[in-house]
Design a protein around this ligand. Structure first.
Ligand SMILES: Cc1ncc(COP(=O)(O)O)c(C=O)c1O
Length: 465
């Protein structure tokens, strides 16, 4: 049987090589891994080997593969109202919008409205329109290491030049500001004594019009908004010192700069709070979300914006539109997700699991001193930096080897064969960004640490030999 399946895989790969654009994806492994089933925290290959997934579709499937309750919500909508043009109304759209807006009002004391689209980048584009419409400005601040998507508008505020290089001049490319990435401080400061020097450097640019951002006489900034991720996702799950954002908010307020909080990867409790920004003690003006809202089922994205920015008198009907925005299947699942989040204490659940996992990672770090240069976590957004023995120099090669080895599916624990699914991120592509399923058990966390240890031992030994 397995040989038959393997020949099917070869056939698929050949067809892919011939007919698929490679522009819409990256295979981090060559040939790419084929999975045929999933359940809970696991993906399964053709031979039925379970792969413990520590990335859960970049945090889109936070509530577990084939989550029964969410799948049932999808099936019910499939039977009842699976299709409907957005110009008509269905209950779930309105209920999802109301719940998110009511949550934001309770949390931030601000009224606002919710606006839908399909993918994360599209919702980012919509937020750019809201900012431009409200401020008349098309220039934005964003962070180095920030990721906001790959449509044209989103690429302009995403730091990596690689995503823009081939596509001509980006006239409204963001001004990228150093993110408080304390483990690799650009200014080579130590957190204990830096006094948030990176923020002072940013603040300074408003001292004089000759620094190019601010006209003191007109009290006008050339930039409309600052795009932030409360915890950087693709940038390597970088967790900032909370005081930084309190200061940044003050700087933005003083200069009439809106804050757009991209929660596409960290929203819906990944960091132990409904919105990751709640960890930072600031109120954003716009929040953009996607991914986990539907647990990776029918896609749905959107944004919440302050009432004065999005009221229909200011941002009129049809300002943005996509055929599939607020689709009935996505909104049905989203509503079920929001009900789940209201019924249970996800803050405690995620923080407890996160603390247990982080303790395991710290223990693992003590077994591989230097090579695991840094571990950190907020809720179930966890990071592990792979370094040379000096504990600082990024070791991309070892990172890639561990990543590839995990996908071979030939690790053993408790007499059973396993694989491990990891995701690599970070400025130097040497960070394992871990976003496990919220329902991962302590036993599975122990298994994750055990499998990571095996991978480090195996891949380090091969490097040394
Ligand atoms: C923080 C953040 N913003 C925006 C996006 C883009 O979302 P999408 O891939 O759904 O377009 C992502 C995707 O990874 C993300 O992590």
């Amino acid at each position: 049987m397995p040989s038959e399946l393997t020949s099917r895989t070869s056939e698929l790969l050949e067809l892919e090589r011939t007919y698929c654009s490679f522009g819409d994806t990256v295979h981090y492994l060559e040939p790419p891994k084929v999975f045929v089933n999933c359940e809970g925290s696991y993906l399964y290959d053709e031979e039925g080997t379970p792969y413990l997934d520590l990335q859960m579709w970049y945090s889109a499937a936070s509530f577990g593969y084939k989550n029964r309750r969410l799948n049932e919500a999808l099936k019910r909508q499939l039977e009842r109202l699976p299709q409907l043009a957005c110009q008509y109304l269905h209950a779930e759209k309105v209920e999802v919008a109301a719940r998110i807006a009511q949550y934001c009002e309770k949390r931030f004391g601000r009224k606002g409205r919710v606006h839908f689209n399909v993918g994360g980048s599209q919702a980012i584009e919509d937020s750019l329109k809201i900012v431009r419409n409200a401020t008349g400005k098309n220039l934005m601040f964003a962070f180095m290491g920030g990721y906001h998507g790959r449509t044209l508008g989103a690429s302009a505020i995403t730091s990596s030049y690689r995503y823009r290089r081939r596509y001509g001049h980006f006239g409204d490319r963001a001004h990228f500001v150093f993110y408080p990435y304390c483990f690799r401080c650009l200014y080579e400061k130590k957190r204990e004594s830096c006094g948030l020097y990176c923020h002072s450097q940013f603040e300074k640019v408003f001292d004089s019009e000759y620094y190019s951002f601010w006209d003191a006489k007109a009290q006008a900034c050339e930039y409309g908004a600052f795009y932030i991720e409360a915890v950087q996702g693709t940038g390597g799950y970088v967790i900032p010192p909370p005081e930084y954002f309190v200061r940044l908010r003050r700087t933005c307020d003083r200069h009439g700069i809106l804050i757009v909080d991209d929660e596409i990867q960290m929203g819906f409790y990944r960091t132990g709070k409904f919105w990751a920004v709640e960890n930072l003690g600031i109120k954003p003006d716009i929040i953009v979300f996607g991914k986990a809202l539907t647990n990776g089922l029918n896609p749905l994205s959107g944004l919440w914006a302050r009432e004065d920015l999005i009221t229909p008198e200011v941002f009129p009907p049809g300002s943005t539109h996509s055929t599939f925005s607020s689709n009935t299947l996505g909104t049905a699942v989203a509503l079920e997700v929001l009900k789940m989040l209201e019924e249970d204490d996800y803050e405690s659940l995620v923080n407890e699991k996160g603390a247990y996992f982080l303790a395991g990672l710290r223990e693992l770090q003590s077994r591989h001193p230097g090579v695991i240069g840094h571990v950190d976590g907020l809720g179930l957004a966890l990071r592990l930096e792979v370094c040379k023995e000096d504990g600082v120099t990024p070791d991309r090669e070892l990172t890639d080897r561990i990543f590839a080895e995990g996908l071979k599916g030939n690790l053993w624990a408790g007499g059973r064969r396993y694989g491990l699914v990891l995701d690599v991120g970070g400025y130097y592509k040497n960070v394992f960004t871990l976003s496990p399923c919220f329902y991962i058990t302590h036993q599975e966390i122990d298994l994750a640490i055990e499998l990571l240890d095996q991978l480090f031992c195996r891949c380090r030994a091969r490097r040394d030999s």
